[in-house]
Design a protein around this ligand. Structure first.
Ligand SMILES: O=C(O)CCC(=O)C(=O)O
Ligand SMILES: [Fe+2]
Length: 372
């Protein structure tokens, strides 16, 4: 059996060099390098005539029927927005201020904390950039593990405050993800005994996590630009916080992009590839992208919740039977991440064991999604 790559080594085989990082805000016109409109380049991402019933569900986690609503949302959308989630709104505000402060630093300061080409943490462009022919209208900062070393480089005097906020955010989101994992799994009839790697208390204490901050500066020609190209996340669950500026879109029924309108204090919960595998395809992995705006800068933070580094992820036994064969082979998160760096939106199909009998592509076959 192949050895499991360590998280820190995942990108050694696929280093990503940061291109000359011009300050996007300084452009009066969209440069050719960022102009995504070519004949037949990608489906239009401006939604038109979307009916109200076509908006991602908004779920109040304090309601007694929340588990049922969550199961429904996961099955139909692979996503929902959640309120009354228990993460203090003041913490969301502080975290947003930290992210804002980070991206407002002068470029040379941000570049001091550049993510190494084969590394996990630091400032840079989106990891998915090499899969698209044009550059994205965004900048990002990825954190795996402690923010301390990175934040010291960004804010030599002032790092403690930002570290404290980020660490508290990480703790709160970990606990929310644990809750949401059990609600999502419960909806499939899965109980604590079925998921060994959730730990003896079922608190996912050894789960691996990454945090991604994204900034989408104002753009002179937003209809021709793209903030973040269409992708699924590799995680089990991703929780996105967005500021009060829209941009996040989900692909609905494989044929139209629906904007997730910002709701104050809400968080967006999305199924990632690994939960899709665990659920043996019953929950689709959410395909999403982000657009940009002409007059409003957008910020988002994505919290990627994954399994422990060595956990073997495969369709849960209870969800497999004579009429439901396992759709995917076993992978670890690190193995999967490495594959994704190579195959991107074809990664799920590369580990698929069965093609649906109908011969039709299922919602998670993204080989049809045009990315270039
Ligand atoms: O900006 C957003 O809303 C989405 C961010 C995202 O999808 C990601 O960081 O993976
Ligand atoms: Fe994402």
């Amino acid at each position: 059996m192949a050895t499991i790559p360590k998280m820190s080594e995942v990108f050694k085989t696929h280093p990503l060099h940061i291109p000359d990082n011009k300050n996007l805000e300084s452009f009066q016109q969209l440069p050719e390098t960022h102009d995504w409109i070519q004949p037949d380049s990608f489906p239009s991402f401006r939604d038109s005539n979307i009916s109200l019933s076509d908006s991602v569900p908004l779920i109040d986690l304090s309601l007694p029927n929340a588990p049922e609503l969550i199961r429904n949302a996961f099955q139909t959308w692979g996503a929902f927005q959640v309120i009354n989630h228990g993460v203090p709104i003041s913490l969301l505000d502080s975290m947003e201020s930290t992210v804002d402060a980070l991206f407002n630093l002068p470029s040379p300061q941000k570049l001091k904390a550049t993510r190494p080409p084969d590394g996990l943490s630091g400032y840079g462009v989106a990891r998915i950039s090499p899969f698209f022919p044009k550059r994205m209208w965004s900048e990002g900062f990825t954190l795996v593990g402690s923010p301390l070393e990175h934040f010291k480089k960004l804010w030599p005097q002032d790092y403690t405050k930002h570290c404290d906020i980020t660490e508290e955010y990480g703790r709160e989101l970990r606990s929310l993800c644990g809750r949401l994992m059990w609600l999502g799994l419960g909806g499939l009839g899965i109980t604590r005994e079925d998921v060994e790697w959730a730990g003896p208390d079922g608190d996912f204490k050894t789960s691996h996590v990454a945090i991604q901050f994204n900034s989408y500066p104002v753009c002179p020609d937003p209809d021709r630009a793209m903030g973040l190209g269409a992708h699924t996340d590799t995680s089990l669950l991703t929780i996105v916080y967005q500021n009060n500026t829209s941009g996040l879109q989900l692909l609905r029924e494989g044929n139209r992009w629906v904007t997730v309108e910002p709701v104050p204090g809400a968080l967006v919960v999305q199924v990632g590839d690994l939960f899709h595998i665990l659920a043996n395809g019953l929950y689709p992995s959410s395909l999403h992208q982000a657009f940009v705006n002409r007059t409003r800068k957008r910020l988002s933070m994505a919290y990627f919740f994954g399994p422990p580094e060595t956990a073997q992820i495969s369709p849960l036994k209870k969800l497999v039977g004579p009429t439901q064969p396992p759709l995917y082979r076993t992978v670890t998160w690190t193995e999967y991440l490495r594959k994704k760096a190579e195959l991107f939106n074809d990664t799920l199909s590369s580990i698929r064991l069965y093609t649906p009998l109908t011969g039709l592509l299922d919602v998670n076959d993204h080989s049809q999604v045009k990315v270039g």
